[in-house]
Design a protein around this ligand. Structure first.
Ligand code: DWN
Ligand code: SAH
Ligand code: ZN
Length: 406
């Protein structure tokens, strides 16, 4: 097996077996067959990038019916609003600035830029969510971003001051084409800013459900600085973010164009000290994951034997991995509630647990709730205080299986 970036040797370290597409919610009674693939991860011993061993064709994941909406969390809405404001006051200050967002989804970030009257373009292949962005006044191109798309944008709109991507770069196996596209599109002094789940947090918290079809890469400062270098860029800033269970926002500029912030060398040194890109570290991670499965299945089976009622909270893409890897189905978790209209009335992929709207959660409250959207724990627990008051208990499995009572 060869690295998708540098063709180096891949060292496999965790295997989740046969898995469905994480966002392919099943229509009850639909005879159509579900698509499965082999979910396993490896470390490239040459460039230190952690990646999936099997690639799912992009059109199977990102299409008209892609259900995820960035605006589904108030914390994420605020997060993108403050990022947009920061870009507007720091990078987008020239005479006629232009920002391009890859994977703009429903326009949560770009609608702030549009409202400020600043030139922008979202590149978003998933047609349904792109339409939601367009309805907010965001200019969207329904397309996959790659080298060819970038050339077309440059010809039509001229160079960009900023190319931005949140939770999108890690979804794209073909990074050579992306970096070539960014190089084409970015003006000489421009920046490429992207944020994705951080390998350091995934390993530290054993948050193995960050691993699923859409998440192809698990970046670190070490791997991103190498990627930048190979394409004539330089990693000039890093910022740790609390969202989605721990992320890093990377800023890339053309080599020599900007002085790297001290945070870059600090994070590189911390990764080295933690032996983050060492097979032994990743094997320890895999052992913790197996332990979590064991404990979670034991807990849920015990609760079923006691006759306790257990619901799931948040039909996340991530939860496809935990539910299918642990073999959790409707006999252990009766349904999962979720605010996303396109997921409600469907079944979770592979595990076939019904998805219902959040009102069902309180009607009546269960004894236990499995917090599948654990990355939004603060927001959810703050809004579900009644559940705790009614005597309900949260089940969490990151960083390890534990119960949370109010
Ligand atoms: O990387 C990705 C991230 C950004 O979004 C994509 N590959 C797909 C998706 O991953 P996810 O589905 O694991 O993301 P979230 O943000 O953890 O999903 C939260 C889910 O929970 C959504 O379906 C909305 C739902 N939700 C809810 O029902 N009540 C969320 C909140 C905050 C709530 O209060
Ligand atoms: N940026 C949003 C959405 C993340 S979900 C947020 O952080 O909440 C990942 C998004 O990337 C999806 O909307 C998907 O359609 C989009 N995507 C996948 N491949 C892409 C590509 N090659 N170019 C642009 N967007 C892509
Ligand atoms: Zn490599």
């Amino acid at each position: 097996m060869a690295c998708r970036i540098c063709s180096g040797r891949l060292h496999p370290f965790a295997d989740f077996g046969r898995q469905p597409l994480s966002d392919a919610f099943v229509i009850p009674g639909d005879p159509g067959e579900e698509f499965f693939f082999h979910l396993a991860v490896g470390l490239c011993v040459a460039c230190s990038t952690v990646q999936l061993l099997e690639e799912v064709p992009r059109e199977r994941m990102f299409h008209e019916g892609y259900p995820y909406l960035s605006s589904g969390s108030s914390v994420m809405r605020e997060h993108f609003q403050s990022l947009a404001k920061r870009l507007l006051t720091t990078e987008l200050t020239g005479p006629d600035p232009f920002v391009v967002e890859l994977g703009c989804n429903d326009g949560t970030m770009l609608s702030v830029v549009a409202d400020a009257g600043v030139r922008h373009l979202g590149v978003e292949p998933s047609g349904g969510v792109a339409d939601v962005a367009a309805a907010k006044g965001v200019r969207v191109r329904k397309d996959f971003f790659e080298a060819g798309t970038a050339a077309g944008i440059l010809a039509a709109d001229g160079p960009a001051d900023v190319v931005y991507a949140a939770n999108t770069l890690c979804h794209i196996p073909y990074l050579d084409s992306i970096m070539e596209g960014v190089d084409t599109l970015l003006r000489p002094g421009g920046v490429f800013v992207f944020e994705d789940p951080y390998l350091g947090d995934i390993v530290e918290r054993a948050s193995f459900d960050q691993i699923y079809d859409e998440h192809f890469y698990f970046f670190s400062a070490t791997s991103v600085s190498g990627l930048a270098r190979r394409h004539g860029f330089e990693l000039v800033d890093v910022e740790r973010l609390p969202v989605h269970g721990g992320e890093v926002r990377y800023t890339l500029a053309r080599r020599g164009a900007r002085t790297p912030a001290p945070a870059v060398a600090e994070l590189l040194a911390a990764e080295e000290a933690a032996a983050l890109a060492e097979p032994a570290t990743l094997h320890r991670f895999a052992a913790r994951v197996a332990d979590t499965r064991e404990r979670l299945v034991t807990l849920l089976t015990g609760l079923r034997e006691q006759g306790a009622r257990v619901y799931g909270y948040g039909a996340t893409a991530k939860s496809a991995t935990v539910l299918n890897y642990c073999g959790i189905g409707p006999e252990l978790v009766s349904f999962v509630c979720d605010t996303t209209p396109a997921k409600q009335g469907r079944l979770t992929p592979g595990s076939h647990i019904p998805v219902r709207d959040p009102e069902a959660f309180a009607d009546p409250y269960p004894d236990y709730a499995l917090l599948l959207a654990w990355n939004h724990a603060e927001e959810i627990m703050a809004k579900e205080t009644e559940f705790a008051r009614a005597g309900g208990t949260w089940i969490r499995y990151v960083p390890e299986v534990h119960l949370v009572r109010a």
